[in-house]
Design a protein around this ligand. Structure first.
Ligand code: ATR
Length: 287
């Protein structure tokens, strides 16, 4: 941990609620120390009704940049001065950078997912058929980044029918690859659709509490299907255990969490953290 904080030290942070369990301070401060920068990264707990005042405070205090997590990734947008094209498209911000006095919103989650898919699953988006479980903010980021990377088709399966259909209608004019929203997760059990899928991404919180998707029958899957679960605590969800039992290549969300942090770090500091450092910090912390 940084031993000398002075008037020159640049402050980075993360806002969210709850924030106590965030692993970002650990991995970002490790990267700051490894690169030898005069920065410090601090967690800020912001109450649900305190976002406007918090952003104003961060602005006035001259904070150099910050991450944004649940529940503010969408709500923060009106308080920023500018958005990157990616953040604008996704409709969510996880990284804010101060640029010439302006607060600029970025979304590094999608790029983090692509990096993790390549590194952890050896997955190539070009021409692939993808099934996305969920239709919230995390699904939006996953769909936009996968479509931009050249996937052939995207199917959305969501528990609540309307939300899946809303996402489909919002994205299909921008990305014609987004073809279908299934009316629920249960239809997957009886569908021959699964056989043609190259990648399934769980963007929901299912698995954090050791539950799984009842309707999803892993035995219907093509043996080459790759399974990605954005959940990283526990490291192995029942969804991942079922995939492993069927011999499918699978990965948890640790790689994405590390990769989105590496990209945010580069946005703030202009430097890349040492390769693998953030991921190894996370693995030590969640063991
Ligand atoms: P995030 O920004 O993290 O994506 P979100 O916008 O609240 O969070 O979206 C959460 C997603 O997880 C939603 O698609 C939600 O399904 P609903 O639209 O039906 O609410 C999905 N989800 C959360 N808990 C779930 C559960 N127990 N079973 C199935 N889907 C679940």
């Amino acid at each position: 941990m940084k031993s000398r904080i002075t008037g020159q030290t640049k402050v980075l942070g993360i806002i969210g609620s709850p924030i106590n369990h965030s692993l970002s301070p650990l991995m970002q401060n490790a990267a700051i120390e490894a690169v030898g920068l005069d920065f410090v990264y601090v967690p800020f707990a912001v109450p649900a009704d305190g976002l406007c005042a918090a952003v104003q405070g961060l602005r006035n205090l001259g904070v150099a940049g910050f991450n944004v997590t649940i529940p503010f990734k969408t709500a923060i947008i009106p308080y920023l001065d500018k958005l990157s094209p990616e953040a604008e498209l996704i409709g969510a911000v996880n990284t804010v950078n101060r640029e010439g006095g302006f607060l600029v919103g970025y979304n590094t989650d999608g790029a983090g997912l692509l990096k993790s898919l390549a590194e952890d699953l050896d997955f190539t988006p070009k021409g692939a058929h993808v099934l996305i479980l969920g239709a919230g903010g995390a699904a939006r980021g996953a769909i936009a980044s996968l479509c931009k990377a050249g996937v052939e088709s995207v199917i959305i399966a969501n528990r609540t029918r309307n939300k899946g259909e809303e996402l489909l209608s919002c994205f299909k004019s921008v990305f014609p690859q987004v073809k279908l929203a299934l009316s629920s997760l249960d239809v997957l059990g009886s569908s021959d659709l699964l056989h043609g899928i190259d990648l399934i991404v769980n963007t929901t919180s299912v698995g954090m509490d050791n539950t799984s998707f009842d309707g999803l029958d892993m035995s219907l899957m093509n043996p080459a299907t790759r399974i990605y679960d954005m959940v990283y605590a526990p490291l192995e969800t029942p969804f991942l255990s079922a995939a492993k039992a069927m011999g499918l290549k699978s990965a948890n969300g640790i790689g994405m969490l590390a990769a989105q942090g590496e990209i945010a770090f580069a946005v703030w500091t202009g430097c890349a953290p040492p390769s693998g450092l953030m991921k190894s910090c996370l693995l030590t912390a969640v063991k």
